[in-house]
Each structure stands twice: as structure tokens, then as C-alpha cells.
Design a protein around this ligand. Structure first.
Ligand code: SF4
Length: 259
């Protein structure tokens, strides 16, 4: 970390993981993998941005490096928004926090999943969708054990197969090559001591932000309180939980990232 950059104060595993990631050259190796993907264009209908996509552990980790480059206001809004996204997303179907009506707010840094969407074969995409549906079913059962029945809109499948992606100048990649790139991406963080912490979030960047800013247990307790209140129509409690999340995430930004 350079002397002119803001420093991450807490938690210590994150600071250590970022130091290890820089020493291993991960900020350079991540875009090198992205560059293996062919250039494409699409009609940008935004269907693929209707949910926060799954992120590789290295993408989640280096998100915290990018935070330091942002304006104070942008950093605050993004961290608070992601923490609230995690707390809300079992009760409401939410779009990706970077999604805008006609664009991605951080297109240059979009995730591998965004870049690869539309590059899988229809059969390969169907297999991945099936895996996502099975994961959603496990989530629904876990909530049911807590006495909460999730709304079907939250459990609805992700985006349909994309037929609008067009390759520019290069031949399509096959699923095996795409899968190997995805594995290389996943393997970038396998040697880090924080690999377990990153894996605990299951590819959900909003979960990682909530774990760090609210605490591993508290983020789950707040999510449960929010979900129950929302489904019961308890607007007062919904507002109270969101305010608590906003204040806790704000405090983390103000105290943990400082110049
Ligand atoms: S990061 Fe950008 S491209 Fe990816 S889903 Fe979100 S808005 Fe869409």
C-alpha cells in the first residue's frame, strides 16, 4: 500500500489479504484473465443486470482496493448500498447495485460473470442455470427452517439465455475454454490465508461487505429482522433496520478507511 493511499484499518484479515494479493500480482493477473475473453457487443437491454451477479473471490477482495480510489461520497454510497442490498435481498428482488437504466455504472470493472454472460453455449448456460436454481432451493429451505417463506419473485431464476451478444472480429470461445478461465479466476486466491473468509460469502459481494461492515453474525441477524418485518408489512421496523445498517456501514467507511 502506498503512503498516499487511504489505509484499511479493519478487519485485519482483509488488510493482510490485500497485502498478499498485491504481492502475488493479483491486481494485474485479474485483468489479464478478462483480456482472454473476446470482444463482444450486445443490444444492452439490461436483462443481465437484474441481479447482483456472482463474483469470484479475487473480484470480491480487489473491490476493496478499488474503494480506496473512489471519492469519499462515492465510497460511502457504494458501501452503504451493498450492505443494505445484502440485508434486503431475501425480501425483495433487487437489481445489481451498479445497474442504471441504460448502462452499467462501473462497466470497466464489471465481473467475469457479466463479461461471460452471453458467451456460454445455450446448453452450457442451461446447466449453470439449473445449478443456480438448485442453490436457490437450498436457500428457500434454510429460510423455511427459520419460519420464513420467501416470496416467489425473490426465488425466480436469473436472466434468460442471451441471444443478443455478438462477437467482434474473433471466433466464439467454447464452454471448455470459458470454464478453464473461470477456474483460473477462482484459483487466484486459493493460496491466500483469507480464502476461507472469502468463500464464506458464496460469491455474494454484498454479503462480504455486510460481514465486514456489520459483523458476521450481526449482518445475518439484521437480514432476518428485515425480511420478517418486510414480509409482515411492518414498515416502521423495515425503516429502523435499514437505518441501523446505514449508520453501521457509514461508521465503517468513516473509521476504517482513512487518509
Ligand atoms: S456489474 Fe454492471 S454489467 Fe455486471 S450486472 Fe451489474 S450493472 Fe450489469
Amino acid at each position: 500500500m502506498t503512503g498516499s493511499s487511504p489505509s484499511l484499518r479493519a478487519p485485519s484479515w482483509l488488510r493482510q489479504a490485500l497485502d498478499q494479493a498485491r504481492a502475488a500480482g493479483l491486481p494485474e493477473r485479474l485483468p489479464a484473465i478478462y483480456q482472454q475473453l473476446p470482444a463482444t457487443t450486445c443490444q444492452r437491454r439490461g436483462d443481465c443486470c437484474g441481479l447482483l451477479p456472482p463474483a469470484a473471490p479475487v473480484e470480491m477482495l480487489l473491490f476493496f482496493d478499488r474503494l480506496k480510489e473512489m471519492s469519499a461520497g462515492g465510497r460511502l454510497a457504494l458501501v452503504v448500498g451493498l450492505a443494505q442490498h445484502f440485508v434486503r435481498n431475501a425480501a425483495e428482488r433487487l437489481a445489481c447495485p451498479w445497474s442504471r437504466s441504460d448502462s452499467c455504472a462501473d462497466y470497466a470493472n464489471r465481473f467475469f460473470a457479466c463479461r461471460a454472460y452471453g458467451l456460454w453455449s445455450p446448453e452450457g448456460y442451461a446447466r449453470r442455470s439449473q445449478g443456480a436454481r438448485e442453490a436457490q432451493a437450498r436457500v428457500a429451505r434454510a429460510w423455511a427452517e427459520l419460519g420464513v417463506t420467501l416470496d416467489p419473485t425473490v426465488l425466480a431464476p436469473g436472466p434468460d439465455y442471451c441471444r443478443a451478444t455478438k462477437y467482434l472480429a474473433t471466433a466464439p470461445l467454447d464452454d471448455q475454454v470459458l470454464g478453464e478461465l473461470e477456474e483460473r479466476l477462482a484459483g487466484l486466491t486459493s493460496g491466500l490465508e483469507a480464502a476461507g473468509e472469502l468463500a464464506a460469502c458464496g460469491g455474494d459481494l454484498s454479503h462480504l461487505v455486510a460481514r465486514i461492515t456489520l459483523g458476521p453474525a450481526q449482518c445475518l441477524a439484521l437480514k432476518l429482522a428485515y425480511t420478517k418485518a418486510y414480509l409482515a408489512g411492518d414498515h416502521h421496523q423495515v425503516g429502523r433496520v435499514l437505518k441501523q445498517v446505514r449508520l453501521m456501514a457509514r461508521d465503517w467507511v468513516l473509521e476504517a478507511i482513512r487518509r
